[in-house]
Design a protein around this ligand. Structure first.
Ligand code: SF4
Length: 385
């Protein structure tokens, strides 16, 4: 028998698809869509593309055929997350404040800490996830730019993840002050179903392009889609800041690969940054217990709830009930992301010209007042029911 919670999730999923289609039909709002990093190397699988093949151009064209007015990129949100998170880390690292700092872009991990390890809540980065940063910018900056009310915009994300559906409803996710900034979250499987239901000939679509204002991303934004990607992207920015150099080697191989717990350290001047990358909540539990018992010490820890990270998310095309087989597929998708990273003009988030322009024209200082208001959030202890 299905639990009450799973019935609610199923109802919400149906509502998300129906509500998005209804708004596309009615054209009562400006429809905006954005895809997560790992979506571009997985959605094509629903139409016979090779696993891990980046087909973002076709996906963009499919979105436009469905009737979306603007196609942005969650990778841009990931670049924003990196810039803010690296800044937060540098401040905490230099002041030995609440270390280790934990990443915050995986809502299932955040919920895990809030319910199971509340003593670590203050260690989680206050940065919103890429989805929620982009949503906040859409409902403030973009609404102001268009001279419309935030409520006239309908912002949809396509994600590898079911937990993102509840993340959008968390308190504090309303920078536009008109309800949740993200109006609907569709999984990759749901979007494949929508494209098929509209008889769009996906394989023969021309490549489209993102709307550049919130659609241009760096290689760092792209690699967010796999375990270790968030850490590597952050290192690319924070190492430049700490060393005061433009470091040429941007590939931090020690944090790559699908190992459940990866540990290492990076030298900067006469100091070392001790890092760990964890995927799978069972591995997170092991590491948190070791930190609690004083057996391990770190400065910065990335945690993603799904084994292998978002490339193995619960909203992805499914091939097997066997976790090990799914993790292998996640590895092929991750290779597609690293390949895309190599081709990018900018591989560091803080070098993304669209990010620089957004701070210059609208957000102000990194970690400043407006950035804090739109891009950061709070956490609180949640009692188990
Ligand atoms: Fe969602 Fe899994 Fe990615 Fe976490 S790791 S954000 S639960 S897909």
């Amino acid at each position: 028998m299905e639990s009450k919670e799973s019935t609610n999730i199923i109802k919400r999923k149906i509502n998300d698809v129906e509500q998005v289609l209804e708004h596309l039909r009615k054209k009562d709002k400006r429809m905006i869509v954005a895809m997560a990093p790992s979506v571009r190397v997985s959605l094509g699988e629903g139409f016979g593309c090779k696993i891990g093949e980046n087909v973002e151009g076709k996906i963009i064209t499919a979105f436009r055929k469905l009737g979306f007015d603007d196609v942005f990129d969650v990778d841009f949100g990931a670049d924003l997350t990196v810039v803010e998170e690296a800044n937060e880390f540098v401040n905490r690292f230099l002041n030995s404040d609440r270390l280790p700092m934990f990443t915050s872009c995986c809502p299932a991990w955040v919920k895990f800490v809030e319910t199971m390890y509340p003593e670590f809540i203050s260690h989680i980065s206050t940065c919103k996830s890429p989805q929620q940063m982009l949503a906040g910018v859409v409902k403030t900056f973009y609404a102001e730019k268009l001279k419309v009310k935030p409520s006239d915009l309908y912002f949809v994300t396509v994600m590898p993840c079911i937990a993102k559906k509840s993340e959008r409803l968390r308190p504090g996710m309303s920078a536009g002050k008109c309800g949740p900034d993200t109006d609907a979250v569709l999984t990759v499987r749901e979007m494949i179903g929508i494209i098929k239901s509209k008889n769009i000939d996906f394989m023969n679509l021309e490549d489209g392009e993102f709307d550049k204002i919130l659609g241009l991303s760096s290689g760092s934004g792209v690699i967010f889609g796999t375990t270790g990607g968030v850490m590597e992207a952050s290192l690319r920015t924070l190492m430049d800041r700490l060393s005061r150099k433009d470091i040429k080697n941007v590939e931090y191989l020690i944090v790559r690969g699908l190992g459940g717990i990866k540990e290492g350290s990076i030298k900067v001047g006469d100091r070392e940054i001790r890092v760990a990358v964890v995927s799978g909540l069972n591995n997170a539990k092991i590491l948190l217990d070791e930190i609690k018992e004083g057996k391990k010490n770190f400065d910065f820890v990335e945690v993603m709830a799904c084994p292998g990270g978002c490339s193995n998310g619960t909203g992805m095309p499914m091939y097997s009930k066997n976790q090990a087989e799914n993790t292998k597929i996640a590895e092929i998708r991750a290779k597609g992301l690293y390949k895309t990273d190599k081709k990018k003009n900018a591989r560091k988030s803080h070098k993304n010209p669209a990010i620089k322009k957004l701070y210059k024209d609208y957000l102000g200082e990194i970690g400043g007042e407006r950035a804090k208001e739109i891009l950061h959030t709070k956490y609180k202890r949640v009692k188990m029911k």
